[in-house]
Design a protein around this ligand. Structure first.
Ligand code: DQA
Length: 148
């Protein structure tokens, strides 16, 4: 099984952002944790990060021509307003898990709404780097047990 991890805008700055919200782990550390869990679960994990919305949309389009069984996405601030990313995810016929490091519901009101949630299989937030690990487990579980 192959699962694609998508990191959106500003997430390459993990480790240098507000530690109260995001802790101290860098994106490279998060990605190696995901790869290690992938090895344990028999999942090939590919990680991709961009700060460019169009690049993210095109990476999602590429999934249509790939052997990828599920997607885990933390879209960063795009979560709250990018209908373009929501439209791209809606094209996919595979499970998509939305993740956030912080508990977005306990923060500013503009973070309470996700324009992506409705086109995702489910969402996980508030567990720091473990949100990603739970997201990977949820995506694998969805491939095995659910249809999108
Ligand atoms: C985030 C939450 C978003 O509101 C924020 O814009 C981010 C990170 C998270 O992982 O908690 O950049 O997606």
């Amino acid at each position: 099984m192959r699962i694609l991890i998508l990191h959106g805008v500003n997430l390459n700055m993990f480790g240098r952002r507000d530690p109260a919200q995001y802790g101290n782990a860098t994106l490279a550390q998060i990605d190696s944790g995901l790869e290690a869990l992938g090895r344990e679960l028999g999942v090939t994990v590919e990680c991709f990060q961009t700060n460019h919305e169009g690049e993210m949309v095109e990476r999602i389009h590429k999934v249509l021509d790939e052997e990828v069984q599920a997607v885990v996405i933390n879209a960063g601030a795009w979560t709250h307003y990018s209908h373009a990313i929501a439209d791209a995810l809606a094209i996919l016929k595979i499970p998509v898990v939305e993740v956030h490091m912080s508990n977005v519901h306990a923060r500013e009101s503009f973070r309470h709404n996700s324009v992506l949630s409705a086109v995702c299989t489910g969402s996980i937030c508030g567990f720091g780097p473990a949100s990603y690990l739970l997201g990977l487990r949820a995506a694998r579980n969805a491939v095995i047990h659910m249809n999108k």
